[in-house]
Design a protein around this ligand. Structure first.
Ligand SMILES: Nc1ncnc2c1ncn2[C@@H]1O[C@H](COP(=O)(O)OP(=O)(O)O)[C@@H](O)[C@H]1O
Ligand SMILES: [Mg+2]
Length: 210
């Protein structure tokens, strides 16, 4: 089996590699490539910072047993991560099949992250894969994640998710987000504070758009 390129995003190239020892399955190599429009030194340190941060969070998630790819390797130059390949469907492509159930699962998972003070930073249905093996929704793409106990950061995370649902799943997004919130509230005892702040974040966003 050869190496295949799965994605060349704005920030990284995602390659799928067969295991070198011939064992079944694959792993993902996420390479943050040089951006020539940035100063070379700034570019390198930014790529290293984001890669290290992503690696650190993946490690933490592993110890928590949270459904995300296991970290397998961080390369010497620290601009490349090797991680577990999650085989399955992108939630973006299957949400409509069972949107209430999936939205509830997403809400529970986001609540679990927030209770550990992990802010995902890019909650979209393209960054969630329903794993064929575990049948769970696994979260990926922790390049913009951070550790924070601030209610504001959690509220912004939820608001970004709402915006992402609105833009990619317009017909059902209201019901989806309602169910995200229901499940989130069941898990996170801090939900009331987060929701109150979320309303403020929303109003702020609306006023800015005017
Ligand atoms: N561990 C993984 N398992 C399976 N597919 C992955 C994995 N990591 C990334 N991908 C695929 O590559 C795409 C881009 O990866 P992502 O980490 O989201 O990078 P970007 O920051 O460019 O969005 C994902 O939407 C997904 O399709
Ligand atoms: Mg992504």
């Amino acid at each position: 089996m050869a190496v295949t390129i799965l994605d060349t995003g704005a920030e990284a190239v995602i390659e799928k590699h067969p295991h070198k020892d011939g064992s079944a399955g694959s792993f993902i190599v996420k390479k943050r490539v040089e951006k020539t429009y940035r100063h070379p030194m700034l570019d390198k340190s930014l790529r290293q910072f984001r890669t290290r941060r992503e690696a650190k969070i993946l490690q933490t998630l592993q110890t928590l047993g949270f459904p995300a790819p296991n970290l397998q390797h961080l390369n010497d130059r620290e601009t490349e991560i090797h991680m577990q390949y999650i085989e399955g469907d992108k939630v973006k492509d299957i949400l409509e099949e069972n949107h209430v159930l999936y939205s509830r699962e997403i809400g529970r998972r986001v609540a679990e992250l927030h209770m550990k003070d992990i802010i995902h930073g890019d909650l979209t249905t393209s960054n969630m894969i329903r794993c064929k093996e575990t049948q769970k929704i696994h979260f990926i793409d922790f390049g913009l994640s951070k550790i924070s106990d601030k209610v504001e950061d959690k509220a912004v995370d939820l608001h970004l998710l709402e915006r992402a649902l609105e833009s990619k799943h317009h017909k059902i997004f209201k019901e989806c987000f309602e169910n995200v919130k229901i499940a989130y509230a069941e898990i996170n005892p801090q939900h009331q504070l987060v929701f109150e702040r979320y309303e403020k974040v929303r109003t702020r966003g609306r006023n800015k758009a005017k």
